[in-house]
Design a protein around this ligand. Structure first.
Ligand SMILES: *Cc1c(COP(=O)(O)O)cnc(C)c1O
Length: 438
């Protein structure tokens, strides 16, 4: 594919990386290994030594069409020739308009007003601020807290962090800095399981106790991602939606990970047949090409905000509606919709179920679960990430576990053969460490 020698990373470069550059959630004193990647193509990441890795992570849920996609490359090049960026204050452009038209069209009913932000975390901040301004405009400034679910993840900025799982989100480190919110236990019932009506009474009690202080409920619909990869009953989501209505709170659905088909529906809210008041999108929005996110709200939310004291919504990032990112996002959505994505996800789901099933019999495996194009093995013990990644790279796959979870969410274009290598390598690894402890 490429000239290996010119791609080679000298030790000096790698040392600089180790000594000067933060990687996500990684020590700079005792860093985990990093693997040098020079390019990517289809579902393969190519290392400096020419070794190819089948990508199980879609670069953290983003690269749904794989890498180096000719249609996305072309639209990026065309947009670059026109303009890469221009400010959005007092200016508009077609890439933004065409993208927002698509987003209004494809997202759940009632979501009509689009705020384009530059990353998922920022879109969550925007959603939280929208809910606060909404309640303020209604003369209810005391409704300034949020409800959320334990084991959730909503991003790393301050507001987003304050609604992440209190343990996984390291709340204690930031205790005096973060605003305090109300957390409810994660849903016990799995996706597909049903609750008896009285089993959900505790939610009513939770709302009765705290709703007078709360602007909204923020959650990841159906799939809790980085907080624990848990797939929960759609009934739980329905119940929260109806309680938000009763208690004059806004439902914020964070679909940054689940959006664009990953769970088998275009948006995970569709599993429960509900529309949130505010929706956050990110990650796969640009097909993994650039950073872009969107916060979409209803007419009622937008109107109420703009009738309030400020008269406007108080947020405006420098790179708002970046034309290059918007143009690519439009094309990525077009590619997704014209592909047979539903049957692709179904096929991947079937393969994941088959491929990971064997892990269920292992003593060190606590649970195996699959939903859409997401496959998870939960172990009893935390995974040694450096050890696991070395094993995976040697086998030619790219999988990055966290805590006690080994999971994949591959690009939708993955072939059966490549997917089988991913799942069998996951099972092999669990087998290997199972025999190590026994
Ligand atoms: C990744 C993620 C975020 C944060 O997005 P960034 O682009 O990393 O800021 C927020 N919510 C969910 C559900 C996510 O998966």
């Amino acid at each position: 594919m490429s000239d290996n020698l010119s791609n080679h990373f000298s030790q000096k470069l790698l040392d600089f990386d180790r000594n000067h550059i933060w990687h996500p959630y990684t020590s700079l004193i005792n860093p985990l290994p990093t693997y040098p990647i020079v390019c990517a193509e289809g579902v393969r990441l190519i290392m400096d030594n020419g070794k190819q890795l089948i990508d199980g992570m879609s670069s953290w849920w983003t690269a749904i069409h794989g890498y180096n996609v000719p249609e996305l490359n072309q639209v990026a090049n065309e947009q670059l020739q026109k303009m890469s960026h221009v400010m959005f204050g007092g200016i508009t452009h077609k890439p933004a308009i065409l993208l927002c038209q698509k987003l209004v069209e494809i997202t759940p009913k009632g979501l009509e007003k689009v705020f384009l932000a530059d990353s998922g975390s920022v879109s969550v901040e925007v959603a939280l601020k929208m809910a606060i301004q909404f309640q303020h405009s209604l003369g209810q400034p005391q409704k300034n807290k949020f409800m959320t679910i334990r084991r959730g993840y909503h991003g790393d900025t301050t507001g987003a962090m304050s609604v992440c799982d209190p343990e996984g989100g390291m709340h204690h480190l930031f205790r005096d800095f973060l605003p305090k919110h109300f957390f409810i236990e994660k849903p016990q019932k799995r996706f597909g399981e049903t609750y008896e009506e009285e089993e959900l009474f505790f939610l009513e009690e939770f709302f009765r106790l705290h709703s007078h202080q709360c602007a909204g409920f923020i959650l990841e619909p159906i799939v809790q991602g980085a907080g624990g990869m848990w797939f929960y009953s759609s009934q739980f989501l329905k119940k929260i939606k109806s309680l938000c209505e009763v208690h004059n709170m806004l439902l914020i659905a964070d679909e940054i990970a689940t959006g664009f088909g990953r769970t088998g529906k275009l948006f995970a809210c569709e599993h429960a047949g509900i529309s949130p008041d505010i929706l956050c999108l990110g990650k796969a929005l640009t097909g993994g090409y650039m950073t872009l996110a969107a916060t979409i709200c209803t007419q009622r939310v937008a109107e109420t905000i703009c009738q309030g004291e400020a008269g406007v919504f108080m947020h405006g990032p420098t790179f708002m509606a970046n034309p290059l990112a918007c143009a690519i996002a439009s094309k990525s959505i077009e590619l997704l919709l014209k592909s047979d994505w539903q049957s692709k996800i179904l096929t991947i789901e079937k393969e994941l179920k088959q491929g990971l099933n064997e892990a269920k019999t292992l003593e060190n495996v606590k649970d195996v679960r699959v939903l859409g194009a997401i496959g998870v093995i939960e172990l009893h013990q935390p995974v040694n990430v450096a050890h696991a990644q070395k094993f995976f790279v040697e086998k030619g796959v790219w999988i990055r576990p966290f805590r006690n979870l080994i999971y994949i969410m591959p690009p939708y274009i993955i072939s059966q053969k490549d997917l089988r290598l991913l799942t069998s390598t996951m099972v092999d690894y669990c087998q290997k460490i199972n025999t190590l402890v026994n």
